[in-house]
Design a protein around this ligand. Structure first.
Ligand code: SAM
Ligand code: SF4
Length: 459
């Protein structure tokens, strides 16, 4: 087994060697280019990833913050994961769901239980969920996921369902697409072949190629919003970040569309996992560097951060380029309805941010950002290449900013606490003013009023 041609050709070890200890003038030259939101070559990203000088690091973070602000304004998209099953035939050394973990209470939600979980999240104000599942190897896995998706769309006011499940074949992906998923998300974990083999000793996931080729199988099957990522801590973060970018560039070159989102999960302790500690721990300082470099390298790609990180660190990373965060998360099947009652023996890994959705919303607002529950692009067919074209032309601003404010207002009216409403008042006023086109500003003011009078889901 070998790594794919596009990865071998990128020759990452060599790139990293050549880019070690970049000079200050060279770093500033790269940052000046990055500030124009053109993205970065792999060689440029390799240099920025190896900045050690504190002053240059501050400049890197500032540049990333500015590009984020220019493309996303102050918006931060909010979602929650919904775990469907912790049954898994694989044995990933780092995961609490691994088959060899005999102390985990195994559970797969029925379709009705999955809908009940979705409704529990809906009752907090969520509109966008990520369905997550172990890989239980059953032939019926796709049938089950499709039934869950259809039932949630029919029975709950959930407006976008994304999916993070094991790779499927083309037919499986076509069925997910037909069921109306938003993004198909899959993390490669590590692109480094030897490490991958070590970490995934058994089960279908041991097949590196089946996994690394899954995003393009999904694209070929018509799913044009793809999410990718690596699990930081398994291997050298510089290699894996560059490999992730090489993968993104390859998809863009070959299919005309790169990933819609990238995620940056960092390894967490997991009860029953085989790893006592991360083989390649990533410090907070390096993690910030990763987020900033990704933001500059693929400026139009969403960057997702989960509750694996602490509240204070999550707030800090919003300034460096994160554009989507999960909130109020549980990582066990049934976790939302049952969390209050039990200590959880069924979770995948321990989370760090235990705030409720409303507490996260309030903090995001207090930091001057606009929490957004918007799902309009996906429901208006603005996905894949079409989304990217709009984003690159800057026109997406005229759509996203008003829609973010409308979904925030809907949240505040139906679910928001007094603290959230108080924190929102200045943000809503200021960000309405920031809408550049007068006709859109007026339309938005009108729609905000209609929401107050009881209408819903305006975009
Ligand atoms: N089972 C499918 C798979 O592995 O692709 C999808 C769901 S799996 C629960 C989602 C992701 O959780 C994995 O891709 C992995 O990156 C992440 N994960 C597993 N164990 C973790 C841990 N201990 N800390 C942080 N993230 C972890
Ligand atoms: Fe199963 Fe996914 Fe956990 Fe691996 S990471 S053990 S495939 S749930």
């Amino acid at each position: 087994m070998q790594i794919p041609t596009w990865l071998a050709e990128a020759d990452l070890e060599n790139l990293l060697r050549e880019a070690a200890k970049p000079s200050a003038p060279r770093v500033r030259e790269i940052l000046a280019k990055a500030a124009t939101a053109q993205g970065l070559t792999l060689a440029e990203a390799a240099q920025l990833l190896q900045i050690e000088d504190e002053e240059l690091l501050t400049e890197l973070f500032q540049a990333a913050g500015q590009v984020k602000e220019r493309i996303y304004g102050r918006r931060v998209v909010i979602f929650a994961p919904l775990y469907l099953t912790n049954e898994c035939h694989n044995n990933c050394l780092y995961c609490g769901f691994r088959a060899a973990n005999r102390s985990l209470a195994r559970r797969t939600l029925t379709v009705e239980e999955a809908v009940a979980e979705a409704k529990a999240l809906e009752s907090q104000g969520h509109k966008r969920l990520l369905l997550v599942a172990g890989e239980n190897g059953r032939q019926a896995a796709v049938d089950y996921i499709v039934q869950v998706i259809e039932a949630i769309y029919q029975q709950a006011d959930i407006r976008r369902l994304n999916v993070n499940i094991a790779p499927l074949d083309g037919e499986g992906f076509r069925r997910l697409k037909a069921a109306g998923i938003g993004t198909y998300q899959l993390f490669q974990e590590t692109y480094h072949l030897d490490t991958y083999r070590q970490m995934h000793p058994a089960g279908a996931k041991a097949d590196y190629h089946w996994r690394v080729s899954a995003p393009e199988r999904a694209l070929q099957a018509g799913i044009d919003d793809i999410g990718m990522g690596v699990l930081y801590g398994l291997y050298d973060h510089r290699y894996d970040t560059l490999a992730l970018l090489a993968h993104a560039h390859y998809l863009d070159r070959t299919y005309g569309v790169g990933p819609h989102t990238l995620s940056v999960p960092r390894l967490r302790p997991a009860p029953g996992s085989q790893l006592q500690a991360a083989p390649y721990p990533v410090s907070d300082r390096d993690f910030k560097k990763i987020v900033a470099v990704l933001r500059l390298a693929v400026p139009y790609t969403g960057l997702i951060l989960s509750t694996r990180e602490t509240p204070a660190f999550r707030d800090e990373l919003l300034h460096l380029g994160i554009s989507q965060i999960s909130a109020g998360s549980a990582t066990s099947p049934g976790g939302y309805r049952e969390r209050a009652r039990t200590a959880d023996p069924t979770e995948q890994f321990a989370i760090e941010d235990h705030r409720t959705l409303d507490e996260v919303i309030t903090c995001v607002l207090q930091a001057g950002f606009i929490p957004s529950f918007c799902t309009a692009c996906y429901r208006s067919g603005r996905t894949g290449e079409r989304f990217m074209q709009l984003a690159k032309s800057g026109n997406i601003q005229n759509v996203c900013q008003p829609n973010a404010l409308l979904t925030l207002q809907e949240y505040l009216l139906h679910f928001g606490s007094e603290a959230a409403r108080n924190a929102a008042a200045p943000v809503l006023a200021k960000e309405q003013e920031a809408i550049r086109r007068e006709d859109i500003r007026r339309l938005t003011a009108d729609r905000l009023r209609r929401l107050e009078q009881g209408e819903k889901d305006l975009y």
